[in-house]
Write a protein that binds this ligand. Structure first.
Ligand SMILES: [Zn+2]
Length: 204
């Protein structure tokens, strides 16, 4: 079990927040849903919607996204007389440190690949559309912007390279943080076997 104190510490971490927001497709209200659920321990979607004064439909969409990422779980109960199911949700954040690590590493891989492209290619851009093209693309369209037909100009990507390097460094540093170092045996869930096997597969 990851202690509640530690979970709150993780939720304050900028990389963890970035990754949770990514799971929520940048819906910042999702963070409120998650923290309300943490405060309450468990709640129905209706209770969360009332507490946050949010539309029930919005709350549900958020909960499904969190469920897909295995950050919440639910139990459902049939209401006998109305033939209706009530869903009670609870946070399952024990896997959060592992999820942040895994997604953080995936993000790192993507950014490093992007950096390699930036460092090894020439770029052109359309000043009017503010779109950047890699050399081959620019050549294919005769150095004319495919959107507006304007002449493409050579593009200095040193600033993009610098930004990518900074992002990479930021994620590398955050991933070193001790709050994400959880022994794999602490990962427990419904699909116990499956998640444990997946944990073993993660390079550390
Ligand atoms: Zn253009």
């Amino acid at each position: 079990m990851v202690s509640k104190k530690k979970l709150y510490e993780i939720l304050e971490n900028p990389l963890a927040q970035q990754i949770i927001l990514d799971i929520l497709e940048d819906n910042i209200e999702g963070l409120d849903v998650l923290s309300t659920l943490m405060e309450l321990g468990e709640a129905t979607d209706d209770e969360i919607a009332r507490q946050l004064n949010m539309k029930l439909n919005t709350v549900r969409k958020i909960l499904y996204k969190l469920y897909d990422a295995r950050l919440v779980d639910y139990t459902r109960e049939k209401e006998e007389d109305i033939n209706w199911y009530t869903y009670t949700w609870k946070p399952t954040l024990d896997k959060l440190p592992w999820i942040v690590k895994k997604r953080g590493q995936e993000l790192l891989k993507k950014l490093r690949e992007q950096l390699a492209v930036e460092e090894n290619s020439m770029f052109f851009y359309c000043p009017r559309c503010e779109i950047k093209y890699i050399f081959e693309e620019a050549m294919d369209c005769g150095f004319r912007c495919p959107h507006c037909g304007g002449a493409l100009k050579e593009y200095d990507n040193s600033r993009d390279i610098e930004l990518l390097k900074n992002q990479i460094k930021f994620i590398e540093e955050e991933l070193k943080s001790s709050i994400f170092h959880i022994p794999t045996t602490s990962v427990t869930s419904k699909g116990r076997r499956r998640s444990r096997r997946r944990v073993k597969g993660v390079k550390t």
